[in-house]
Design a protein around this ligand. Structure first.
Ligand code: F0G
Length: 458
């Protein structure tokens, strides 16, 4: 008999989580004004709000924490991180930051000016926020296949090189500080970018004299997909693929809370000494001295160890197979999800699932509420609430897709939990016609409203 796949770790420490009753959840979500961000974590049984900072560290990471050097300047932990970044990612220069958006803030303070255009593949919200805050434009040039959840494409995170070249022909070179490639493409469903595509972007960068930066939050998962799906990479190690990816880039921003499997941390890495020096000024101003930048020594140590573990094939195989396990269960139950299944999350197509609810009633949010009531599971809306209002007309923006993201924390839940999630969602699916209406907004912030919005059921 074929021996089944199993996790590449065993569990040494556990954290109790509590099941609740449906009546309790109905009460709690009402008290939370139907905003899943307002729930207390002990009101949630399985928390799929994000895979960011929610992973379980390894024994070696905890051991590394004990050896953290908390010196203000020149700590050994800083050099451990520096060595890991040089050896695994190939960059000579780096600056620690407290998380990914802080890396964006520091780097963009140097590079992005009013009136600039930053082309990329579905910039993440905070990235877009930091670009738009500087009165520049985040131009999305993702391939069109990404907008169709049912279209199968092995690298649905790719940039459309024709759209990109059109943009480079349209805008003068001085207006395009860099091209930003996000791996994996979170917004389009945790979908990877192929090495061929990265190479193609690099060629356009060279042709037009523009830099290439990589938003690298889930770079290791991206490398795993290249190994599994792209011709010529099956026999390469993850670390070799990672090195090849970053060899094409001038620099990167990193949210280490994802693929470096730490609870807090980030960094900017770059090839240019000049850029490093310019960014150092902002790093000191916003984050901290250049050898700690918002991180404690123990966190830098854990990060260095996490970068090594996170780029091991076994770690990635265990992780991505779990996401796949959940996705396949949902497909088996007939639930419409973004295909193919992405790296860090399963994205449920709420518009297809609750096709009778009008978009003005926030379909993905409604599905998120129903899944919480059904099983105490917390996902996150990637739909019209997240999209905010148009800054000029103040009208609601209704994106093409209304998705409920179920992000899977690394090394945290078992496949039994995946079974619970799938069953709960199936129950919601089976009673979907009984869900007669969605929600309406009571109060909202002018931007990033999804975090604090207050809603009521219609
Ligand atoms: N870039 C990408 C692609 C991200 O997914 C995130 C965060 C960031 C940058 C910002 O990093 O949170 O460390 O400041 N994504 C989280 C998520 C929050 O849930 O997808 P950060």
């Amino acid at each position: 008999m074929e021996i089944p796949f199993a996790e590449s770790y065993r569990i040494k420490m556990v954290e109790p989580i509590r099941r609740s009753t449906r009546e309790e959840r109905i009460q709690w979500i009402k008290e939370a004004n139907y905003n899943l961000f307002n729930l207390r974590s002990n009101q949630v049984f399985i928390d799929l709000l994000t895979d960011s900072g929610t992973g379980a560290m390894s024994d070696k990471q905890w051991a590394a924490m004990m050896l953290g050097d908390e010196s203000y300047a020149g700590a050994s932990s800083y050099y451990n991180m520096k060595n890991a970044i040089k050896n695994i990612l190939g960059f000579d220069y780096f600056l620690p930051t407290h998380q990914g958006r802080a890396a964006e803030n520091v780097l963009f303070s140097v590079l992005v000016k009013e009136g600039d255009v930053v082309p990329g593949n579905s910039h993440f919200d905070t990235t877009k926020g930091h670009i738009e805050f500087r009165k520049a434009k985040a131009l999305d040039v993702t391939i069109d296949e990404a907008k169709d959840t049912q279209a199968e494409h092995p690298f649905k995170g790719n940039l459309d090189l024709n759209k990109l070249e059109d943009a480079l022909k349209t805008y003068p070179k001085e207006k395009v500080p860099f091209i930003l490639v996000t791996i994996t493409n979170n917004t389009s469903g945790g979908q990877p970018v192929s090495m061929e595509n990265i190479r193609g972007v690099r060629q356009l960068c060279d042709k037009y004299g523009i830099s290439l930066f990589i938003d690298s939050a889930r770079f290791a998962e991206n490398a795993y997909f290249i190994k599994m799906r792209e011709k010529g990479y099956a026999d390469k190690t993850i670390k070799a693929i990672v090195a090849e990816i970053f060899a094409h880039a001038d620099g990167m921003t990193m949210s280490s809370k994802k693929d470096a499997i730490v609870n807090m941390g980030g960094f900017i890495a770059m090839k240019s000494k000049k850029l490093f020096q310019e960014a150092s000024v902002y790093n000191i101003m916003f984050e901290g001295f250049i050898t700690y930048g918002g991180m404690s020594g123990r966190d830098m140590n854990a990060l260095a160890q996490g970068l090594d573990e996170g780029t091991e094939f076994e770690t990635l195989e265990t992780r991505i197979k779990q996401v796949e396990y959940l996705g396949n269960k949902l497909i088996e139950y007939g639930i419409p999800i973004q295909r193919p299944i992405g790296g860090h999350a399963v994205f449920v197509d709420a518009k297809k699932m609750l096709s009778h609810i009008p978009k003005e009633q926030f379909v993905a949010q409604t599905l998120g509420i129903e899944l919480y009531i059904e099983g105490g599971i917390r996902g996150v809306e990637i739909g019209a609430i997240l999209a905010d209002r148009d800054p000029e007309t103040r009208e609601n923006r209704f994106p093409d897709l209304e998705l409920l993201r179920l992000a899977i924390p690394r090394r945290t839940y078992t496949n039994n939990h995946m079974d619970v999630i799938a069953a709960a969602l199936k129950n919601v699916y089976d009673r979907r016609t009984e869900i007669k209406s969605g929600v309406r907004i009571l109060t909202e912030a002018p931007i990033m409203r999804h975090f604090t919005v207050e809603l009521e059921r219609i």
